[in-house]
Ligand binder design. Structure first.
Ligand code: 13P
Ligand code: SF4
Length: 331
């Protein structure tokens, strides 16, 4: 079997937008967002990596799994999705009768980009016995080609439930896939994609921060490389990080994931200190896609009800089956 396609997704243009804003301006926008939320009968769902002012306005803040579960059960007419595009797309697939809007259509993901559907289809054709497990960080087209979806919060469970007589193909995150293989002892063919932000943490950068805080445990996201995971006390999804930190006796905890997580953790555990794990190049780590969303864009999308997620009905139906399988297995 040949190697899956390797694509590099480091660097690239800095898409982040820094808006000049005074506290009064932010406060006025926040109040307007809340007014529009009532007017639209909307629910605001936000990922743990969103900017603090967006998290503070959201009805629910969580990881990819929690956000999917919220999208499935909401009774609101409009879902305002503050995260990245594949997350909003997943919400639309799960609950197609709802209007799903997002602050910035360009909020992509390096993992999604690493796995174009055409290349996946060609790769799957090499082995008819493949059972494809797709990390939720992928396009609707890739979901439609997959047998089941997983998130970092349920990947172990999903892989354990995979049929024993099939050859497992895990796309598109090689680091999450390698970690799950270590957990389950199920060999898998791994698509060679990665999260451009999480692979910036290195063994040396983590060793340095651990040496300066010898009593602080390290919590890392499974999108980190193995050399970082080996140094971690806990490896888990962003939502499970909240549970770990609440239960921990440690006064200070090092967090190796996107910097937005720190706001959520400080709110949930005000008596603890959270130390952002540094990368080699800077002290923090930001996902340039997640940070495309701003309070002004959130307000603008609610005012205009644009951009809106629109997907072909047959694509939604094909992508929904593997998502439903995941939701059933995660219930
Ligand atoms: P979680 O589901 O753990 O929040 O991860 C989503 C993600 O994009 C991490 O980079
Ligand atoms: Fe994608 Fe990485 Fe950003 Fe998560 S942090 S949305 S995996 S680019």
């Amino acid at each position: 079997m040949g190697d899956p396609i390797t694509l590099e997704h480091r660097g690239g243009p800095d898409l982040r937008v820094r808006e000049p804003s005074t506290p009064r301006h932010l406060d006025r926008l926040s109040q307007e967002v809340l007014r529009l939320k009532g007017e639209l009968n909307a629910v605001i769902l936000a990922h743990n990596y969103q900017a603090p002012e967006i998290q503070d306005l959201a009805d629910y803040v969580g990881d990819s799994l929690g956000l999917s579960q919220q999208a499935a059960k909401t009774e609101a007419e409009v879902i305002v999705f503050c995260g990245v595009h594949f997350m909003a797309e997943t919400a639309k697939i799960i609950n197609p009768a709802k209007t799903v809007i997002l602050p910035d259509r360009d909020a992509g993901c390096s993992l999604e980009q690493s796995c174009p559907a055409g290349r996946l289809e060609a790769f799957q054709a090499r082995n008819p016995n493949f059972y494809t497990i797709a990390y939720i960080n992928c396009s609707a087209e890739v979901k439609a080609l997959s047998d089941v979806i997983c998130t970092s919060g349920n990947a172990k469970k999903i892989v354990e439930a995979a049929p024993k007589d099939r050859d497992l193909l895990f796309v598109p995150d090689e680091n999450l896939g390698a970690w799950v293989t270590e957990q389950t002892n199920r060999p898998m063919t791994l698509w060679q994609g990665n999260c451009y932000a999480h692979v910036e943490f290195t063994h040396d950068s983590i060793m340095n921060i651990r040496e300066s805080h010898p009593d602080a445990p390290l919590v890392a996201h499974p999108e980190c490389t193995k050399s970082v995971r080996l140094l971690a006390d806990e490896i888990c999804s962003t939502e499970k990080m909240v549970g770990y930190c609440k239960a921990s006796d440690a006064r200070a905890i090092i967090i190796a994931t996107e910097s937005g997580m720190l706001h959520r953790l400080k709110k949930e555990c005000p008596d603890k200190e959270f130390i952002p794990a540094p990368t080699d190049s800077c002290r923090c780590n930001e996902c340039k896609y997640m940070k495309l969303n701003t309070l002004s864009k959130l307000h603008a999308c609610m005012e205009s009800r644009e951009p809106k997620l629109e997907l072909a009905l047959d694509l939604m139906a094909r992508a929904r089956a593997p998502i439903d399988r995941m939701l059933e297995l995660s219930a």
